[in-house]
Every structure is written in structure tokens, then in C-alpha cells.
Design a protein around this ligand. Structure first.
Ligand code: G2I
Length: 445
């Protein structure tokens, strides 16, 4: 999905309103039995616009006996979500844990068939109701290998993951299909193993749309947390924070804020989910790892997340616009001149103008650029920007960048070059260093 940066000044007063103002969702994992707890449900519906079943859509819950499906818990959550304007994340079609006993005892091709049947049946049952599926959960090993985790699923053959994604796409073409894992909170061997898999999938056309970063965190946040999200986004997938919870203590609010800022700074980071609602709902028990006290009171971490959402740059998903936000290493379109040919020096009558709005933080920035066509309209446009020394462009959306330091030229992509008189196109880029004072120059063709 292509995103356009927006620069709305806003200050929502709930997590869901603040996230929505920035084109994102804010979600919570829901335990079915808590839906009868009124304190819990009040917070859930006031603050969250996305839900995921903490356990009710797992394999042991949905197919307790082979071929006998039970959707009671999953259907109850979907009904709750639909009644309260929440989207649903599906979790998880295949996982080495929480398998029903009958599957744990299987192997080889009978297991492979059972896996694919499970994916197909469950994704078909919930077809049209799931925003994003965790198709495969936790398939990579911890530690330094960067390799797949051993499991009965893995032993059916290394292609089990792509087979699962293909089966899920066939069953519910409207759902985004994600890979989800933990201990991926920075650039490390495990996240790099997953990165290589996603890159391979994208290059071979395996249908993967998103990567979930669970983010069960301790007392510190890796300094390359955002960079890790960004490198996945640059592969042409959306990213989400899918199971966020953080050890309590002095740093909790800061870590929550850091994760939220990282997501806001990555235009393809489309949402954040906390793994539960209140501390006493959490699988982490005495870690007090969530945003609300058991009483329902908001914690300091809640305020830090809300402020970070309100401060972040926004994205406007443009579902009608084709193509990934990050240009791949593709050749230029057939009609354009060779990339070494300079643009015409004299703009045609009317030309174009460009304005930039910057969202900066220490060490980086996001620039949102608005191109407005002059009286003659445009067939194409390019915008040149000279960056301060030390700054460089790391990611661009809705335009193609040539160069990354010094004077960088951004050219329209195929769907936003032709503008009528006065019409506007928007593109953006992210950079490291400072973007202070940059002045865009627009040329039309
Ligand atoms: O372990 C934390 C999460 C890691 N990523 C995948 C998530 O799916 C996982 O969630 C946890 C749930 O929060 C727990 O609630 O997954 C556990 C295993 O599925 C869940 O624990 C299970 C217990 O193991 C079962 O004994 C219990 O019946 O919760 C079930 C329902 O309370």
C-alpha cells in the first residue's frame, strides 16, 4: 500500500483517536473470558480500534480434533469487534506451540496436508472479517544462527512457510498476510534471518504483505529498533508492532514512547498492538507490563504513548495507488530519458512549485513535499533538494530519488506525474542527520 505523509496538527485524547489521526490503528490482545468484565470492556472500546485473539484463534482452539473446527471464541471476538468499530487481526494460523495433541503427534506429508487444510479452513471461515493474519508465527530460532527453528512443521520441508502464505491468500484474498516473531527488536541474527526470507519471498512473488514485531520488551530498547523496522519496510512490506508489553520500572514509559515514535517514523508501520489491556490481564503477571492498572487507571506509560502518537507524522493510506512505497532496483520507465541525461533547464510554461514540511527529531527527519502544478499542468515533474552536509536520504515514497546526499532529485512515479493545472501530488522521504532549512525546487516536464 502506498502511503502519503500528512502534516495534520492534532491531539487526540484516546489511543485509538490519536493513532487514527495519523493513519494507524492501536490494538489490544483480547482474552475471550474478559469480555464479560465491564472495566476491561470499557477500556477496550474507549481506547482500541483493533483486536486480536490472545488464544481463541490458535490451532488448538480452532481445530481441537482433526477436521472438527470450533470457531466459538473467534466468532465471539469478531462480533465484538464489528459491534464496536474495531478491525481484527488473526493470530495465528501456524505456530509450533499450541498445536492440538493430534497434530503434535503427526509428521511428514500427513502433517503437511493437515497444516494446509487448517490454513485453508480457518482463513475461509473468517474470510472478509480479518484485516491481517499472522499466517506463520515464530518460525525462526533464537540466538546467532539466523536459521529456522526446528519443529514438526519445519520438518515437513523448508517450503512450509511459503505454502502456508499461498494457501492463506487463496482462501482470503482480502486479508493482509503477515509473518510474526519475537526477539526481533533490532538488527540481529534472528531478525536478519527473517529479513532474508522476506526479501526472498518478495523476489519470488510469494504473497507476503507484512511483518509483525512482537516486542515483548525488558528494561531497554535497542538503538536500532526503528532502523530494523525501516529495513523491512524498504523490502515493500508493511510492518506492525504486534504484541507490545514492557517490563515495569523506571524505564517503562520511555520504552513505550520509543517504540511508538519508531513506528510513527516509519511510514509503513501501520499499527501497534499491546498484548492485553491491563497489567492484571497480561501473560507477564508481576511484570506489570501494560498501559493500564487493574483498576482501569492510566499509567505513565499510557501518557507517553499518547503523546508520542500525537507528536508523530501521519500517513494517509492510498489503497487505489498501486505499487510499493520503496522503489526497487528497477529500470526507468521506457519513455523517460536515460538517467544520466539532465532535466530540461527551462521549465515549460506554468511549471510547478513545491513546498516541504519537516518532522525532525535528534538524528533524523521525515520530509513531506507537496508539488503543485502551474497553469499548464504537468506530464511529469522532478523536485531537487540540497541537503545539509551529513544528511542523507534513507527512504522515499511516491517518488524516485536519485542520489542520497548533497543535491537529491526526486522524480514522479508513474501514477502521480500527470497533474492538471493547480493539482497537487504529495511525496515524502526520510533522512538521517538534519533536514533543517531544505528548500525544494520544482521542474515540470
Ligand atoms: O507467550 C506470549 C505470546 C508470544 N507470542 C505468541 C502469543 O500467542 C503468545 O501469547 C501467549 C498468551 O498470552 C498466553 O495466554 O500464548 C500462550 C500460549 O498459547 C498463552 O498461554 C496459554 C496457556 O499456555 C494455556 O495453558 C492456557 O489454557 O493460555 C491459555 C488460556 O489461558
Amino acid at each position: 500500500m502506498t502511503m502519503t505523509l500528512t502534516s495534520t496538527a492534532s491531539a487526540g485524547t484516546t489511543l485509538k483517536a490519536s493513532a487514527a489521526e495519523k493513519g494507524r490503528y492501536f490494538g489490544a490482545a483480547v482474552a475471550g473470558q474478559k469480555l464479560s468484565d465491564s472495566t476491561y470492556v470499557t477500556i477496550l472500546n474507549r481506547e482500541f480500534n483493533s483486536v486480536v485473539a490472545e488464544n481463541d484463534m490458535k490451532w488448538d482452539a480452532t481445530e481441537p480434533q482433526q477436521g472438527r473446527f470450533n470457531y466459538t471464541g473467534g466468532d465471539r471476538l469478531v462480533a465484538h469487534a464489528q459491534a464496536n468499530g474495531q478491525s481484527v487481526r488473526g493470530h495465528a494460523l501456524l505456530w509450533y506451540q499450541q498445536q492440538p495433541g493430534w497434530a503434535q503427534n503427526m509428521s511428514g506429508s500427513p502433517l503437511r496436508s493437515a497444516m494446509m487444510n487448517h490454513v485453508t479452513q480457518v482463513a475461509t471461515h473468517f474470510k472478509g472479517k480479518i484485516h491481517s493474519w499472522d499466517v506463520v508465527n515464530e518460525a525462526f530460532a533464537d540466538g546467532n544462527s539466523g536459521a529456522r527453528r526446528d519443529s514438526n512443521l519445519q520438518r515437513t520441508g523448508n517450503d512450509w512457510i511459503e505454502a502456508a502464505f499461498r494457501a492463506a491468500r487463496a482462501a482470503d484474498p482480502g486479508a493482509k498476510l503477515c509473518y510474526n516473531d519475537y526477539n526481533t527488536d533490532g538488527i540481529n541474527a534472528k531478525s536478519t534471518g527473517i529479513y532474508n526470507m522476506v526479501r526472498d519471498f518478495k523476489s519470488r512473488g510469494v504473497p507476503i504483505d507484512c511483518v509483525g514485531f512482537q516486542s515483548h520488551l525488558g528494561t531497554s530498547l535497542s538503538s536500532d529498533y526503528q532502523a530494523n523496522l525501516q529495513r523491512f519496510a524498504d523490502l515493500g512490506v508493511d510492518v506492525q508492532i504486534t504484541e507490545l508489553d514492557v517490563m515495569s520500572g523506571g524505564n517503562q514509559a520511555n520504552i513505550y514512547a520509543g517504540v511508538t515514535r519508531a513506528c510513527m517514523n516509519v511510514s509503513r508501520c501501520t499499527g501497534i498492538t499491546t498484548w492485553g489491556v491491563r497489567d492484571c490481564d497480561s501473560w507477564r503477571g508481576s511484570d506489570n507490563a501494560l498501559l493500564f492498572e487493574c483498576s482501569g487507571n492510566k499509567k505513565a506509560a499510557y501518557t507517553s504513548v499518547l503523546n508520542a502518537l500525537n507528536a508523530g507524522p501521519g500517513i494517509t493510506p492510498s489503497p487505489t495507488t498501486p505499487g510499493p512505497t520503496t522503489p526497487g532496483p528497477t529500470s526507468p520507465p521506457p519513455t523517460s530519458p536515460s538517467p544520466t541525461t539532465p532535466p530540461p533547464t527551462t521549465p515549460p510554461p506554468g511549471g510547478c512549485t513545491a513546498t516541504v514540511s519537516l518532522n525532525s527529531w535528534t538524528g533524523g527527519f521525515v520530509a513531506s513535499v507537496k508539488v503543485t502544478a502551474g497553469a499548464a499542468g504537468t506530464n511529469g515533474w522532478n523536485v531537487s533538494v540540497t541537503l545539509p552536509s551529513g544528511a542523507s536520504v534513507t527512504n522515499t515514497w511516491s517518488a524516485t530519488a536519485s542520489g542520497s546526499t548533497g543535491t537529491v532529485r526526486f522524480t514522479n512515479v508513474n501514477y502521480n506525474g500527470q497533474l492538471g493545472a493547480g493539482q497537487v501530488a504529495e511525496f515524502g522521504f526520510q533522512g538521517t542527520g538534519s533536514g533543517a532549512g531544505i528548500t525544494p525546487t520544482c521542474a515540470a516536464s
